[in-house]
Write a protein that binds this ligand. Structure first.
Ligand code: 5GP
Length: 186
């Protein structure tokens, strides 16, 4: 039997749920999965590598990429722009590689509309309390900032029903292995 066509999987979920830890685990333990590298206007954080973690661009460059149709999806999130470069995703899928996008929910909706065959996976916290604990962080942020994060998280959590699969982030390894089975079921 020929291999089934390779699959585009979108991993999404509320801020603070632990999507980036899952991605770090998958990069280490499932090197066959290709991860899209997002373009963003947000400043680089210490330790982040251009072209590995993100492509860091200014607003003008980002706007030009949108205008030229070079992004598969894009969204404004927490004060910055984020987007998925279209060409590498299309190339990897054509080459038969399993592709994973780790993006927020507005972007997941755009991929759904554009590529109905994509699999949308929602990563969910074990409980609201756990998510709240993570979003409150070290308690160093002003109360209005924390409140805004919590309000956004509630809205994001309500998107669960729009997704094909739901994975509860009880442990990074368990959740990541469950996601790996969706990304590359062969
Ligand atoms: P961060 O600032 O931590 O890199 O990302 C903030 C949020 O943006 C996370 O929820 C992450 O999933 C999302 N994100 C990262 N890259 C993209 C992208 O290319 N498109 C969209 N729509 N969201 C993204």
């Amino acid at each position: 039997m020929p291999d089934p066509p390779s699959r585009l999987t979108v991993l999404s979920g509320p801020a603070g749920v632990g999507k980036s830890s899952i991605v770090a685990y998958l990069r280490e333990h499932h090197p066959n999965i290709w991860h899209s590298v997002s373009v963003t206007t947000r400043p680089r954080r210490p330790g982040e590598v251009e072209g590995v973690d993100r492509y860091f661009v200014d607003s003008e460059t980002f706007a030009a990429m949108v205008r030229d149709g070079r992004l598969l999806e894009h969204a404004h999130y927490a004060g910055n722009w984020y987007g998925t470069p279209r060409q590498p995703v299309e190339e990897r899928l054509a080459a038969g590689e399993p592709v994973l996008l780790e993006i927020e929910i507005q972007g997941a909706r755009q991929v759904r509309a554009l590529m109905p065959a994509a699999l949308l996976v929602f990563l969910k916290p074990p409980s609201w309390e756990e998510l709240e604990r993570r979003l409150r962080g070290r308690g160093t942020e002003p109360p209005d900032v924390v409140q805004r994060r919590l309000d956004t998280a509630r809205i994001e959590l309500a998107a669960e029903d729009e997704f094909d699969e739901v994975v509860v982030n009880t442990s990074v390894a368990d959740a990541a292995e469950a996601i790996a089975r969706f990304v590359d079921p062969r």
